[in-house]
Design a protein around this ligand. Structure first.
Ligand SMILES: [Zn+2]
Length: 365
């Protein structure tokens, strides 16, 4: 299989445009046209991971964390990032990262999977992402509008939450006068036409703009298609950081901590005490301390994440239980998630899960 077949599929689920501004997801090393024999899936890429890939004849490594995060000004092997890059290029191993774009999708996302592991119900995105949505408005003869909308719906326009094919239409009078160089389907050159037209509006995602406008132009009967794209301030409720949801039943502090330990196979949890019962839980896989305020604002009784600094714990103020479960521990399930996603789409393709524990932190007990 060609590398780009896999990456195109992954990006149809988690488009690169969903990633955070600081991130660097996507293909980092490799030619999109190369033939992939076997893929190794991991959380982090280390030299040991490259060796594991080579031993198992995997010429593609898909990781959650990008190995190239900042610009590389030289590749001389002075640190592990440079050595990984050198080795991957030397042995023709492609490296692909699917990071905050996979965190930020509700469906098949890292945080959705974490919420499922905790059995959370009625889940929603904790911090829905803004600047992702636009409205596409177009005008067409009344009889053509259903065909055009049908083609746009097929490509994902008009989807809001659990609803598909959402649109709004009204009819009015459109006017136009074709000039000497025009080839109008309706009307004649230099004569003013007045036609009953429908104005249709659909919600679209910004990353779809180009392809949907192309579809609109192909399906529309007019030589010049009148359309507008308006950027919306509405957040996208299906895209963003973290999850908030309800536990299957209320729990005391102690039973919640035990529940976390059991469900996520944890050794240790750093936490802040809470005397009230826990019903609503917010979570952010990876470094999520910046979302503590929002978790409190949205009424979470507990916030599960990692990488809290000493002073962050004070912000719990005895009205939320912060559970710092460890960065690696909060995201390790991403490996299973990615393997399931890929195998569902390409059942015959060889997918290997890493056996290497790349967590750089060990606990001495
Ligand atoms: Zn992470």
């Amino acid at each position: 299989m060609k590398l780009k077949e896999i990456t195109d599929f992954l990006e149809s689920l988690a488009p690169i445009s969903y990633q955070e501004a600081y991130d660097n997801s996507g293909l980092q090393i490799g030619n999109p046209e190369m033939i992939v024999e076997k893929v190794l899936i991991c959380l982090d890429i280390t030299e040991q991971i490259i060796d594991e890939a080579l031993e198992n004849n995997c010429n593609l490594i898909i990781s959650h964390h990008p190995i190239i995060f900042k610009g590389l000004k030289k590749i001389t092997g002075t640190n592990y990032v440079e050595r990984v890059v050198q080795k991957a290029i030397k042995y023709d191993v492609a490296l692909y990262a699917i990071h905050t774009n996979l965190d930020n999708v509700l469906d098949n996302g890292v945080n959705q999977r974490l919420a499922q592991k905790l059995g959370l119900e009625n889940i929603n995105i904790l911090d829905p992402k803004k600047n992702q949505l636009s409205k596409l408005i177009f005008y067409s003869p009344k009889n053509d509008v259903e065909t055009i909308l049908g083609a746009l719906f097929k490509e994902g326009a008009g989807e809001i939450g659990s609803y598909k094919k959402c649109s709004y239409q009204n009819t009015g009078i459109g006017t136009f006068m074709p000039q000497d160089t025009a080839n109008p389907r309706i009307g004649r050159r230099n004569v003013l036409s007045k036609i009953e037209e429908t104005r249709a509006e659909v919600l679209i995602q910004n990353h779809q703009i180009q392809s949907l406008v192309e579809i609109l132009k192909n399906e529309h009967p007019y030589e010049e298609v009148a359309y507008e794209i308006i950027e919306l301030k509405n957040p996208n409720q299906d895209i963003g950081t973290g999850i908030i949801g309800k536990l299957p039943e209320e729990m005391s502090e102690k039973s919640f901590l035990n529940y976390l330990k059991e469900k996520l196979h944890l050794d240790t949890i750093k936490y802040t005490p809470l005397s009230k019962k826990i019903a609503t839980v917010a979570l952010v896989g990876g470094s999520g301390s910046n979302w503590l305020g929002l978790a409190k604002e949205k009424g979470a009784d507990a916030f599960v994440s990692s990488d809290f600094k000493y002073h962050h714990f004070f912000d719990a103020e005895s009205n939320i239980l912060i559970a710092d479960i460890g960065h690696y521990e909060s995201e390790i399930h991403t490996i299973d998630l990615l393997s399931e996603i890929i195998q569902r789409q390409f059942p015959k393709f060889a997918v290997l899960l890493t056996k290497t524990n790349t967590n750089p932190i060990k606990y001495f007990k």
